[in-house]
Design a protein around this ligand. Structure first.
Ligand code: UGA
Length: 450
């Protein structure tokens, strides 16, 4: 099967590479010439475990090609749209890239086509695109298939190859048949495939991200309750997750969810819901709770210094919105760092993969460090904002010796209070009681730093 994917970002590149690995003939198109030239030279524009090897394997085998030339659109049996749909100024998804692809299709496509939409698009988009194409290309038949993608950054290849389900929204039998061919290798592995209409498929995507975002916002609120009432959030999340109806996933407290999907998709769902006069009280509460969460986390750091961080050297470990990605889009680190700077702190930071993206965001406002120890040196508090594995194995004695004041503010709960206690740190984490040393560094009290 000949596939052309338009949009070679996270979703397009991973999907294209995996379809090529299934043995299909794939061309990935993007209007970013630099990106396409880099990919041809084996340079992957994003950090994603396992992707580079798979891209190069299939590119060298000739099943995966890269191009900026939209005339390839006519050659394919199936066109897959995977361009970005970022949040527009009004909170609605910005569909300009989708419409630009539709214009390319109108200009170049001369035969009937299946068009599969992987981009996250507002409910009703497939129907609008179908109508637009019908109006503009009266002699051609276009089957529009809504096929939302559920892969996560950091585990994208595995998620694509082992999804929980495949969702196919369409109107025709032919569309179902081609979708079954496309996903044949996964259907053979017993991955469930659900056929539905286009609108429902589009709603499933938004509802899935919003539900997961809601779980994160919920556990963050439970974490605050636990902290105020001397509970232990790890035990609480474990106790909740053992209930099969709840499950253990997405119950890890954090400084707030971020990334290119949850913030934009919750907002877009709220927008379309309000426009349709549908109730969306929970969705709006999730959005608001997460905005406040990030500011509350900055306050938590400031509280550690009794409300005054002017001139204090604060170090940040982890800038990306989660581990195993170089992406900082809507990362909690952005709001937290900006708030700390506003209150007069001096910020040093280190992230294993996110430094070059961080430079684009923070510019000269912060100091960039070569590793965690460099960041810790002479700081008065070390804040962990992303759960990178390498932070969990830091040599705590070495860290302690480098810091002016041995205080760790762990906003991902990567350490256990016991190990931190043994290493002589003040330790502030989420949803647990703070551990603070006495002046002789012999005893610990459950107090705030004074
Ligand atoms: C999310 C969804 O999980 C994917 O299914 C979906 O395909 C993708 O959006 C998308 O729409 O493209 P992703 O943005 O890569 O994937 O990241 P997640 O792993 O979902 O994490 C999102 C945010 O929630 C991160 O900031 C993460 O740190 C936070 N999170 C997640 C928590 O704070 N606690 C948790 O327990 C889980």
């Amino acid at each position: 099967m000949k596939i052309t994917i338009i949009g070679t970002g996270y979703v397009g590149l991973v999907a294209g590479t995996c379809f090529a690995d299934f043995g299909m003939d794939v061309t990935c198109i993007d209007n970013n010439t630099q990106k396409i030239e880099s990919l041809k030279r084996g340079i992957i524009p994003i950090y994603e475990p396992g992707l580079e090897e798979l891209v190069n394997k299939n590119y060298n085998a000739g099943t995966l090609k890269f191009s900026t030339d939209t005339s390839h659109l006519n050659e394919a049996d199936i066109l897959i749209i995977a361009v970005g749909t970022p949040a527009g100024k009004d909170g609605n998804a910005d569909l300009s890239s989708i419409y630009s692809v539709i214009n390319d299709i109108i200009a170049h496509v001369k035969t009937n086509k299946f068009i599969l939409i992987k981009s996250t698009v507002p409910i009703g988009t497939a129907a609008i695109l179908r109508q637009t194409l019908q109006d503009k290309c009266k002699n051609l038949k276009f089957d529009i298939i809504s096929n939302p993608e559920f892969l996560r950054q950091g585990s994208a290849v595995r998620d694509f190859l082992e999804p929980d389900r495949i969702i196919i929204g369409s109107q025709s039998k032919d569309a179902k048949e081609i979708a079954c061919k496309l996903y044949g290798p996964l259907i053979l592995k017993d991955i469930p495939i659900l056929f539905t209409d286009n609108n429902s498929a589009e709603i499933i995507k938004y509802a899935a991200n919003t539900y997961l975002a809601m779980r994160v916002a919920f556990i963050n609120e439970i974490s605050d309750i636990s902290e105020k009432l001397a509970g232990d959030i790890d035990d609480i999340a474990h106790g909740l997750g053992l209930d099969k109806r709840i499950s253990k996933h997405f119950l890890h407290p954090s400084p707030g969810y971020g990334g290119s999907c949850f913030p934009k998709d919750t907002l877009a769902l709220s927008k379309v819901a309000s426009e349709a006069n549908a109730n969306c009280l929970i969705i709006n509460a999730v959005i608001e709770s997460n905005i406040q969460r990030k500011l509350r986390m900055a306050e938590k750091i400031i509280d550690t210094f009794n409300g005054n961080i002017r001139g204090k050297q604060i170090s940040i470990l982890g800038l990306t919105f989660k581990a195993e990605t170089n992406d900082l889009r809507d990362s909690a680190s952005i709001d937290i760092i900006n708030e700390l700077i506003k209150h007069g702190a001096r910020i040093k930071a280190y992230d294993p993969k996110g430094m070059s993206e961080a430079r684009k965001i923070f510019g000269t406002k912060i100091e960039y460090c070569k590793d965690s120890y460099d960041a810790a040196s002479n700081c008065e508090a070390l804040c962990i904002l992303t759960e990178w594995a390498e932070f969990k194995t830091l040599e705590l004695d070495k860290l302690n010796a480098l810091m002016l004041n041995p205080t760790i503010i762990d906003l991902r709960n990567i350490f256990s209070p016991n190990e931190i206690m043994k290493a002589g740190f003040n330790y502030i984490s989420l949803g647990r009681t703070d551990i603070i040393m006495d002046n002789e560094c012999r005893n610990y009290q459950k107090l705030k730093v004074s």
